[in-house]
Write a protein that binds this ligand. Structure first.
Ligand code: NAP
Length: 298
């Protein structure tokens, strides 16, 4: 493994999980020649075969212990609920000095589920590329996914600085803007910016599916009125999102409590015809949208 001013290069990278995010990272490694050998591990042989067919894997292993053999970089790219078991299985195969990182959407659970299995002399540097689509699987990935998007690294206090710098260099090579913060802070911020919006989308689309068949057809027909945008978010991978909510329970319940209060206040304002309250809120939220556009996040 080399990480100096001009060169970032890994002799062997192991990607555990090769879906949307894992395969996008594999494409970056291939495009920029950052890895001598890419070993891929997945849950099913069909996905391993597909990764090989797409030219994303030099070696494919069903067993995480075999996949990490000799790797200087291991990246966990599976749903969060699988992390603990994978870490336990792969731990005896980790070579001294190896960096273990991940792409999961929640970060405190990585430290608690994976951390205890990482042997002395190996380095855990959790990371979250804040980039994605509603699609899954190795065919869904593309190298440009991370370009100009944030990647948040959350190394626990005392993490080896050279290992942190290497993970930062990897995401910069992928075109990301890298920020560093505590795992706790990450989980609070993402509960609001990502997890709550997904929960709302799942709820709205779920409410629509409970309507009568006739009304449901009308909802689909006239979906461009706003519903359509929620259906895109609510089409996101069910297993991945189940694990996000279960792994970030506390922060999600916190923002959900606030959201429920605000929704009740709006309900009241509508019932009592308090147009000024509605207009005041909608004016404030319009400003937020302008801020998002100015920050080039639109
Ligand atoms: P995905 O497309 O559904 O791919 C998941 C991959 O993990 C598949 O290759 C799957 O294998 C594999 N896998 C599942 N359980 C496994 C196990 N026990 N052992 C080995 N491999 C296993 O998911 P994704 O969207 O790439 O998400 C992966 C991670 O990225 C998640 O932790 C998520 O929180 C994070 N993330 C996602 C997004 C997003 O928008 N999608 C954005 C940022 C971060 P099979 O196909 O063989 O079942």
């Amino acid at each position: 493994m080399k990480n100096n001013e001009n060169t970032l290069h890994f002799d062997r990278v192991a990607l555990i999980g090769i879906g949307l995010i894992g395969s996008s990272l594999a494409r970056v490694l291939r495009r920029d020649g950052l890895a001598g050998h890419i070993a891929v591990c997945s849950n099913t042989h069909a996905t391993l075969d597909k990764a090989k067919e797409l030219g994303l894997a030099d070696g494919s292993e069903y067993d995480a212990r075999q996949a990490v053999d000799g790797a200087d970089l291991v990246v966990l790219c599976t749903p969060l609920g699988a992390y603990g078991r994978i870490a336990e299985v792969m731990a005896p195969g980790l070579k001294p000095g190896c960096i273990v990182t991940d792409v999961g959407s929640v970060k405190q659970c990585v430290i608690s589920d994976v951390g205890p299995h990482v042997p002395e002399g190996c380095h855990l540097v959790p990371a979250h590329p804040v980039a994605g689509t509603e699609h899954s699987g190795p065919e869904a990935g593309f190298a440009e996914l991370f370009h100009d998007r944030f990647c948040i690294v959350t190394p626990p206090p005392g993490t080896d600085q050279a290992a942190v710098d290497t993970v930062i260099a990897l995401w910069k090579a992928a075109g990301s803007k890298v920020e560093s913060m505590s795992a706790h802070h990450h989980d609070s911020v993402l509960a609001m910016t990502s997890h709550l919006p997904h929960l709302i989308a799942y709820t709205i689309v779920g409410t629509a599916t409970d309507l009568s068949d006739h009304l449901m057809m009308e909802v689909v027909k006239y979906s461009a009125g706003g519903f359509r945008d929620f259906t895109r978010i609510a089409a996101s991978d069910p297993v991945m999102w189940r694990d996000v909510f279960l792994s970030n329970r506390e922060s999600v319940l916190d923002v959900l409590g606030r959201f429920t209060e605000d929704l009740t206040a709006l309900q009241r304002a509508i019932r009592w015809g308090e147009g000024d309250k509605l207009q005041e809120l909608f004016t404030r939220t319009r400003e937020i949208r302008r801020g998002v556009i100015d920050a080039k996040q639109a």
